[in-house]
Structure formats: structure tokens, C-alpha cells
Ligand binder design. Structure first.
Ligand code: FMN
Length: 154
């Protein structure tokens, strides 16, 4: 499942690319805006990927709310694959800290997080809308999480 919040469409474009990468691996994907997602839905999926714009160096309140709501299922997301992506306005504007804050919550849930030694190390990041580089990173993130989810759920 790929869930995102996006006010001006940049993170939405990233989310679509991540979902495309997942599909490329032959894995089914549900793509949702966070307003249409409920915390209990997270239980249904082998893998959860969250995307957010960078707001003051961290995730948007809407994504934090979904994570806070997931406390109802604390312990139940253990062993699922997690990943994150973020858009910011500026280089060094906090997109990596946004990704890491999301991953931090996922780790507390006991989720499995894979870093990337070649691509964006923590999760895909973009400055504004995804350019060619960021688009490749979003696709790459999607294929990598799908591969891992297949392994974990086998
Ligand atoms: C409330 C608010 C806080 C923001 N804080 C940051 C920030 O700390 N660093 C940064 O680079 N961009 C910041 N931005 C810019 C957004 O992260 C950026 O425009 C992003 O691409 C928006 O994504 P979206 O089109 O998916 O909404 C902020 C924007 C808003 C509205």
C-alpha cells in the first residue's frame, strides 16, 4: 500500500511512480491519499510506503495523524515491510529528516526497513516535483520494496 499526503501535487507524483515501481515487480498495489486511508487498513498489506511533503523538516500532520492512529494496532504491524519518500522545496530543506521520521515510527512498529547503498539511502527524495533523477529513485524504491515484500511474505 502506498499512502501519501500532497497539497500541491509533488508528493502525489512521487507516490504514483513508487506504485508503478511496485507494479513492475508483479506485485499488487493500492495507492491512496491519506484522507482516504484508515489506520486499520495498514493491517491488510504486506508492505506500507508513506510519502509526505517536508513541513518544517518533518512529515505533514496528516501523515503523523495516520501513524498516531496506528497505535490501536501497536505490535500488529511487526514484520511488515516499510518505506518512505518525501518532497521538499530546497536542497537540505529536510526531505531526508522527513523520511527518517516516518521510518522511525515504522521501526517502533517492528517493521522491516531496507536502506539503499546505491540509490537514495533512506528513501526517495525530490526537490519540488520529481525530476528525472528523483523519478528514477521513486521507481527504484517501488521495485525494491516489492522485491523485499515478496521475500518476507514467502
Ligand atoms: C507548512 C509548510 C512547511 C514547509 N516546510 C518546508 C521545509 O522545512 N523545508 C523545505 O525544503 N520545504 C518546506 N516546504 C515546502 C514543501 O515541502 C514543498 O513545496 C513540497 O514539494 C510540497 O509537496 P506537495 O506538492 O506534495 O504538497 C513547506 C511547505 C509548507 C506548506
Amino acid at each position: 500500500m502506498v499512502v501519501y499526503y500532497s497539497q500541491s501535487g509533488n508528493t502525489k507524483k512521487m507516490a504514483k511512480l513508487v506504485a508503478e515501481g511496485i507494479k513492475k515487480e508483479g506485485v499488487e498495489v493500492t495507492l491512496k491519499e491519506v484522507k482516504d486511508a484508515k489506520a486499520d487498513e495498514l493491517l491488510k498489506y504486506d508492505c506500507v510506503v508513506l510519502g509526505s511533503p517536508t513541513y518544517y523538516g518533518t512529515m505533514a500532520a496528516e501523515i503523523k495523524q495516520l501513524l498516531d492512529d496506528s497505535v490501536k494496532f501497536h505490535g500488529k504491524l511487526e514484520g511488515k515491510v516499510g518505506a518512505a519518500f518525501a518532497s521538499s522545496a530546497n536542497v537540505a530543506g529536510g526531505n531526508e529528516t522527513t523520511v527518517l521520521d516516518i521510518l522511525n515510527a515504522m521501526l517502533i512498529h517492528g517493521m522491516i526497513i531496507q536502506g539503499d547503498p546505491q540509490g537514495d539511502h533512506y528513501g526517495a527524495v525530490a526537490i519540488g516535483a520529481p525530476d528525472e533523477r528523483a523519478s528514477k529513485e521513486c521507481l527504484r524504491l517501488g521495485t525494491r520494496v516489492a522485491k523485499l515484500a515478496k521475500l518476507v511474505s514467502a
